[in-house]
Ligand binder design. Structure first.
Ligand code: BES
Ligand code: MN
Ligand code: ZN
Length: 495
């Protein structure tokens, strides 16, 4: 796909579609007025009659429009100019671009009401445009013979600005490509994306992007004493993997590390899930997918940082060899864990992967995991729960999310949660009582992070969309990849 900007007026831009992002305020800004003048005031008429109100993510297709060089005009609302931010802008842009992807080989030009370009920096607008154009055709129907959407042939942004935006377009393309990859990984089914297939995929992508990779198989995991990760894996016919990916963009400086939960299917084990909750558990590897996306993007953006990413890849199944309720297992760092719920498997996988990251020199360590339903109950489906072992690292992450229009929310980590994990027979148990389940899960993880600044991100809500809406399909969302890349980028800039 060709992604570019032009200083040409949108009215004279040749394309199959001109997408016009419009605010709902009484007087639309210059760009919109310009196009409206070219089409004989039709837009003003539509607005007067209430046939197009420019409300958030409202779309209206006008075919074979005279007066502009584009064949068709797609109006997309962004709501009122005072509610305008990067998130509403991105959603509206996605709505428009996704609509155009319904046909093959489309050339698309995009123009915004001036309110958009006035409220967001040109580089942010250009980057978001490139990201969205790259992602637009990515849907959940990856196994259909005839997918609903098709990649655009070209996407041209009509924007008059003095600042150079080429590098922003490139950044957006890199991030958009990796967002697409994350969505597709999350959407792949457990019979297709096994731990082994995931590891192979990661190794191939890493090699293509100049990232070092090491894949640990069963014997190595035993040698490394990863008893917690292995306990989860032992019920599955599919062997586990732990993937380590290294991007050395600098010779010295802070060692960053990201650990991702990669449970390719979570049946719950003997604490079996009801069917309705199990059906989407192919997505329980979203943390690992996002972590992979982050290291690949860091390499492709040549960020001058040192970063290690660890993917804990296992399947949580039921069989004659599966781990049981009441079992006591020993994690890599020596902690003994009494199993009170085999469905609290993510924290076991993460325990060993976190300890391994620390042993390999992680200084600033984050993890991403679809860890608890409790976090979704607390924050809903669009917000990442942030659990701080380290306040300053939390502040950096929250700031990065703010920058890219994703939602992060700090959760409490008071000391009184930790004793809730006490066991009568072992150092701890793997679950606490019902209340505060997202926090006790984080407290559990904290035991394996000693020696590093650490923050846990529970992405059970935002990494997955249960149903489609105008701006995204149902399935994997790639949230919060953009925040993680921004965080790494900020880290690189301040080092
Ligand atoms: N993978 C689930 C968490 C999850 C729930 C992710 C909903 C996405 C959507 C995790 O392994 C799990 O089963 N957690 C249990 C923990 C409980 C047993 C303490 C949960 O949330 O019920
Ligand atoms: Mn589970
Ligand atoms: Zn799980």
């Amino acid at each position: 796909m060709n992604i570019e900007t032009t200083k040409q007026s949108p009215a004279t831009c040749k394309a199959d579609w001109l997408i016009l992002l419009t605010i709902s305020d009484e007087t639309p800004g210059g760009t919109v007025a310009e196009v409206d003048a070219a089409i004989g005031g039709r837009l003003a008429t539509l607005r007067e009659r209430g046939e197009f109100r420019a409300e958030k993510n409202e779309t209206l297709s006008l075919y074979q429009v005279d007066g502009i060089a584009a064949a068709n005009l797609l109006l997309v609302g962004v709501g009122s100019s005072d509610g305008l931010n990067l998130r509403t802008f991105r959603q509206a842009l996605q709505c428009g671009l996704r609509t155009c992807c319904q046909r093959k080989d489309q050339l698309v030009a995009v123009a915004f009401d001036n309110a958009v370009t006035d409220s967001l920096p040109a580089s942010v607008v250009a980057q978001t445009f490139a990201e969205s154009a790259t992602i637009a055709a990515t849907d959940a129907d990856i196994y259909r013979r005839k997918p609903a959407r098709h990649e655009l042939t070209a996407a041209t942004l009509c924007m008059v600005t003095d600042s150079p935006v080429d590098s922003a377009l490139q950044r957006g393309t890199v991030i958009g490509t990796r967002c697409s990859m994350v969505k597709q990984l999350v959407n792949r089914t457990a019979n297709d994306l096994t731990p082994e297939a995931f590891a192979t995929f990661a190794a191939t992508e890493a090699a293509n992007s100049g990232v070092e990779v090491e894949v640990l198989h069963q014997d190595r995991l035993e040698e490394e004493r990863m008893g917690a990760l292995l306990a989860v894996a032992q019920g599955s016919a599919l062997p586990p993997r732990l993937v380590r990916l290294t991007w050395n963009g600098a010779d010295s400086g802070t060692e960053y590390a990201i650990v991702g939960k990669g449970v390719t299917f979570d049946s719950g084990g003997y604490s079996i899930k009801p069917s309705d909750s199990m059906v989407s558990m192919k997505a329980d590897m979203a943390g690992a997918a996002t972590a992979l996306g982050a290291v690949l993007a860091a390499a492709e953006l040549k960020l001058p940082i040192r970063l290690n990413v660890y993917l804990g890849l296992v399947e949580n199944m039921i069989s004659g060899s599966a781990y049981r309720l009441g079992d006591v297992i020993t994690a890599r760092n020596g902690t003994t864990i009494e199993i009170h719920n085999t469905d609290a498997e993510g924290r076991l996988v993460m325990a060993d992967a976190l300890a391994y990251a620390v042993d390999n020199g992680a200084e600033k360590l984050i993890d991403m995991a679809t860890l608890t339903g409790a976090c979704v109950v607390a924050l809903g489906e669009e917000i990442t729960g942030v659990f701080a072992g380290c306040e300053s690292l939390q502040a950096d992450l929250v700031a990065a999310a703010e920058q890219v229009g994703e939602y992060f929310w700090p959760m409490p980590m008071h000391d009184h949660f930790a004793p809730l994990l006490k066991s009568k027979v072992a150092d701890c148990r793997n679950v606490g009582p019902r209340w505060g389940g997202a926090v006790t899960a984080a407290k559990f993880l904290q035991q394996f992070t000693e020696g590093a600044d650490w923050v846990h991100l529970d992405i059970a809500g935002p990494s997955w969309a249960d149903s489609a809406n105008g701006w995204q399909d149902a399935g994997g969302t790639a949230d919060p990849l953009r925040s993680i890349v921004a965080w790494l980028d900020n880290a690189a800039a301040s080092s």
